[in-house]
Structures are given as structure tokens and as C-alpha cells.
Ligand binder design. Sequence first.
Ligand code: SF4
Ligand code: SF4
Ligand code: SF4
Length: 301
Amino acid sequence: MEVDPRLYSRGGIITERDPERCIIRLRIPAGMATPEQLIGIGKIARTYGDGRVHLTVRQTIEIPGVDPNRIVPMLVALKDNGTPLGSERQEIVNVTACMGTDHCKYANIDSLALAKEIDTKFFGKELPVKMRIAISACPNGCASERMNEIGITGVRQPYRDHDACTGCGTCEKYCRERAIIIKRGAVDLDTNRCMECGICVLPCPFEVLKASEPRFRITVGGRRGRHPKVGRELITVSDPEKVLEIVGKIIKWVYELASSDELLPEQLDELGFSEFKQTIRDQYEEVRNWPPEQDEESDLL
Ligand code: SF4
Ligand code: SF4
Ligand code: SF4
């Protein structure tokens, strides 16, 4: 049977070292799958591949050793299994995320739900460059989000709710950034060091420390690979709808201006990242109003 060459223009079908075989990469946003889907993938790998599966760094699964003549029925089986063909070309690839508020005690945001929404809205959109999106629900960065073209981090800013601090120093011990200092028997904060992880709030025995509502910090232009780069901060916003809007604006900006076959992090300056950042900040006013007014007794650290 002749293999339809258009199949190879689709992301997710990768020719192997042996050109008679290919790897099929799946779409599994945030790497979350049900036991039934995993059993289904196993059966499909047995039927169409060489019986093995490969877990990728982008939280998806690849099935190697596939005969190109059998791709079409395999793709039908994968779609029916709820784990369809993925992507790997110059497009939006598998969205990755940590477990977030569903499971992690440090989480500030629901990263799994956000990954699903981003996947539904943007997955597979063609671009001049490959675009990886990752979400970590706190600055611990388990999803290495700042090493992606778009990174989203869940943050919470600590503040002192009232003047009842005993100076016990518990919060100081928990802060890994040494951002908390006990001064004259009360807690003080070095905002230059604070990463807004919100962890110091958890152990305060007197509930003196509180955290702001969770927020979403968006970075642009990170990457892994041969020359790793940390993404630059674009903006921090307060709700997932704004994150979706801004991700859409970043994609549009890249689509209109970026050059093919170049890496986005290298192009940021020539694309005018600073002006883009200012435009985004002008549109999302909350940045200028942050931190919000506290009640009279409270005090930002
Ligand atoms: S990034 Fe933070 S919230 Fe996400 S899994 Fe790691 S520690 Fe938990
Ligand atoms: S929120 Fe800031 S002060 Fe609190 S533990 Fe994290 S880095 Fe330290
Ligand atoms: S804020 Fe809480 S944990 Fe920190 S020194 Fe004051 S009472 Fe102790």
C-alpha cells in the first residue's frame, strides 16, 4: 500500500533511523491519562508498534517501530482511545504541567485545568517557530516552565494580616530564599529575594502571615536544548481567562513577526519584546494596581 505523503506533513509522525519505521507521538496534555487510556495505548503499541512505549520529557508517550503502511488505522484507534496524534513541528506542541492544586500541597493554581484549556484552544496551531508551553503551580518550577517559549507560574504574595507577630521565626526557617528576616521582634520581608511561592504562610502558628489570591506569572522566550535560556517575564495576572487571552496575543505576535527556522528566544529583541511587553501591560491594568490595598490593620511585609 502506498503511504499518503501528506501524513508526514502532520506533526507527531517521526521517521526513525530505519526509514521503514516511524515513531508516533501522542497528544496527552499535562501528561494526565486514565488507567483505561494507558491500557489502550499498550494494546495499540502491541498491535502497531514493536511492543514498547517511550515516555517523553514533554509528558507524552511515543510508540516506536510503526510500519508506515499501518498509520491510518492506528490513528483511528488512538483517537478512539482519547489519546490522539500529537505534534513536534513548528506549532504548539504538547502542553506540560505539574499536578497543581489537585494534588500538590505547595500549589497556588490549578495547573491541570489551565493546561487542558490551553490545549483545547491552541494545540497544533501552526507557527513559524516551535512553541512549547508549560505550567508550574508554584515557583518550585517542577514543569521547568521558565525554560519554555511560554511559561506560566502560580504565585502568591505574602502579607502580614495584623500586628500580632510574635517574632517566633518559624516562617524565617521555611523561606528558602532568605527573604524573611525577623527585625525588632517582628517579621520583615526582602521583596527582592521573595519568589512569591507562598510557602511561608503555611507554618505560621498564629496565622499572622497571609497570602494574596493566586496569580499567574507569564514568561516568554525560554528554552532547553543546546543553549538553554530562562524566559523573560511578561506580566502577572489574576485569572486564567486573562492567561488564555495573553497566550493568544503572544501566539499572534509570534505568528505575525517571527522568522521561520529560527528560535524564538534569539528573536525576542528584534521582534521588539520590550514594546510588546509594554502593550500587554497597558492592556491589563491590574499590574499597575498591584499590590492591592490592604485593610487598615494589614501590612504588606
Ligand atoms: S511546581 Fe510547585 S505546585 Fe507544582 S508540583 Fe512542584 S512543588 Fe508542587
Ligand atoms: S513567599 Fe517569599 S518570603 Fe515566603 S517563603 Fe516564598 S520566597 Fe520566602
Ligand atoms: S509571621 Fe508567624 S511564623 Fe513568622 S515570625 Fe511572626 S508569628 Fe512567627
